[in-house]
Design a binder for this molecule. Structure first.
Ligand SMILES: C[S@@+](CC[C@H](N)C(=O)[O-])C[C@H]1O[C@@H](n2cnc3c(N)ncnc32)[C@H](O)[C@@H]1O
Length: 486
């Protein structure tokens, strides 16, 4: 017969079992919550007492599945969107954008792992960050795997419905863009975010780790997960993450966590109030490393730190240039962009920004040249193609403009403004049939909810207004055709 009390011996038995099989160490303060969790599972499954339940977990073929149910009750799943905002800021500005640019260029793809994702807020914050950087996801070849041991948390994550608590750090604009209200207190994530993340059960204390055989991950987040582990388990898990990362891969831990005394394998960098960890390059043999040190006096670690610092510096300058641009101080913005490009001539967004500055200052030839640089570096740079189309249009080069808008559609078939602009150019050229077709395509896209991304490029104009404009132009063209046929 099960008694509500858990004896010291019984507590120890489960404490050891849970530690061994999940890494989670339940100290004596968790005794009460463990008792409640065990009681709930034991009564649900009809076991007689703690010992019978323990034997089932340890020895029965179905014990592993039952342990997952127990873990769902034991784990602490506290999380929220954009927890530790600096992590997402760094991810966006210093890793994702340059990394995506490079991957987009070489088509290698990006693999991100949110380990211990709980109810999904962390991986979905990554997905939103990606959409904020690019405005679209299709064709980017990015994968986000999110894993956890709590089946209950994973279930909730897949549903994607969140309370205001989870959204407490999200501003109104992002909330309206990526969520739809379910009721007063709950919001459902839109499919375009959900489709980016794949959820799976994975216990970090069990090897082998995902992708370890296949070259590994570019970015791993494992935040606020190992805080419940004992030091031996943390060391093992962190070493496994190290092995699972690609060379140059990034590793994120929680604000309150440290790798001191745990791992000396990673290269730590301080940025604002956070530490970010990088996997060191390992492609030089020890002998080569020695020679390198003797000849140059610079260790491999220092070389990497130097190039990383260069990236930090150039992205910092780029942010300043962006601010000047937003304040419409074009000469200061251009000065800063030039400083960026001196440090990093390969930064596609800096070329693009230069293009926008030139265009705003009516230097269209220079604007074209800068956009073309950006596109040469990142062929799928949607915003640069679109903007180049606009510039060509302003320069009175309609065919070149259409070509660029077609490339935008090739990258993202749901980009309504590209259809709209093509339609408008055809209309001006008197190509009535072609224009009608493109306006009709544009209306279809503006009617879809995902059209907000295109609207970002049209500043104050709403989709309703664009639809109305398309319809008016269609009427005008039809009237014109009828008159011609009379
Ligand atoms: C506090 S949440 C952290 C969520 C998110 N990473 C964040 O920082 O907001 C910790 C998560 O780690 C998960 N976890 C605990 N032990 C784990 C293990 N051995 N393997 C995988 N996940 C584990 C828990 O289920 C829980 O959802």
């Amino acid at each position: 017969m099960i008694t509500p009390d858990l004896s010291g011996k019984e507590f120890k038995l489960f404490q050891d079992f849970i530690l061994e099989n999940s890494g989670i160490f339940l100290d004596i303060n968790r005794e009460d919550s463990l008792r409640i969790s065990l009681f709930s599972r034991i009564t649900a499954k009809g076991f007689r007492d703690y010992y019978e339940y323990y034997s089932f977990l340890r020895y029965d073929a179905l014990g592993e599945e039952e342990f997952k149910e127990l873990l769902s009750l034991i784990t602490i799943n506290e999380t929220y969107f954009f927890r530790n905002p600096s992590h997402f800021k760094f991810l966006k500005e210093y890793i994702l954008t340059p990394l995506i640019s490079e991957r987009a260029l070489y088509g290698k793809g990006i693999k991100i792992w949110s380990a211990g994702c709980s109810t999904g807020e962390e991986p979905y914050s990554m997905a939103i960050t990606i959409l904020e950087v690019f405005g679209f996801y299709k064709n980017l070849n990015i994968e986000i795997l999110a894993t956890d041991v709590s089946l209950k948390a994973l279930d909730k994550a897949k549903k994607g419905i969140y309370s205001l608590h989870s959204l407490k750090l999200i501003d109104e604009k992002i909330k309206n863009k990526y969520f739809v209200p379910v009721d007063k207190n709950r919001f459902k994530l839109k499919d375009k975010v959900k489709e980016i993340v794949k959820f799976e059960y994975f216990n970090l204390i069990k090897e082998p780790y995902p992708l370890i055989e296949m070259g590994g991950w570019d970015i791993i987040f494992c935040r606020n997960v190992t805080i419940y582990f004992k030091i031996e388990s943390i060391i093992r898990v962190i070493h496994n993450f190290y092995n699972s990362l690609k060379n140059d891969g990034y590793f994120f831990i929680g604000y309150a966590e440290t790798l001191q005394q745990i791992s000396s394998e990673f290269l730590p960098f301080k940025w604002n109030d956070i530490f970010i960890y990088k996997k060191e390059m390992r492609d030089l043999s020890l002998e080569e490393k020695d020679v390198n040190e003797k000849e140059t006096g610079i260790t491999e670690k220092k070389i990497e730190r130097k190039s990383f610092n260069k990236a930090i510096l150039s992205r910092g300058l780029y942010s300043k240039a962006m601010k000047f641009f937003e304040q419409k101080d074009f000469s200061q913005a251009l000065r800063k962009v030039r400083e960026v490009l001196e440090i990093d001539p390969q930064m596609a967004e800096a070329h693009f920004l230069a293009g926008k500055i030139h265009a705003d200052s009516h230097r269209f030839v220079e604007a074209v040249e800068s956009c073309q640089w950006a596109i040469q570096l990142v062929p799928l740079f949607l915003a640069a193609h679109f903007f180049l189309g606009v510039v060509y249009d302003k320069m009175g080069q309609p065919q070149e403009a259409i070509n660029e808008f077609r490339k935008v559609i090739y990258i993202d078939g749901d980009f309504g403004l590209a259809y709209f602009n093509i339609a408008r150019i055809y209309q001006l050229q008197g190509e009535d049939e072609k224009s009608l077709k493109e306006y009709t395509n544009a209306i279809k896209i503006f009617q879809k909810s995902s059209s907000e991304k295109a609207l970002e490029f049209s500043e104050e104009i709403t989709s309703e207004l664009l639809i109305q404009t398309c319809r008016q132009n269609i009427e005008r063209i039809k009237g014109f055709i009828n008159k011609k046929n009379e």
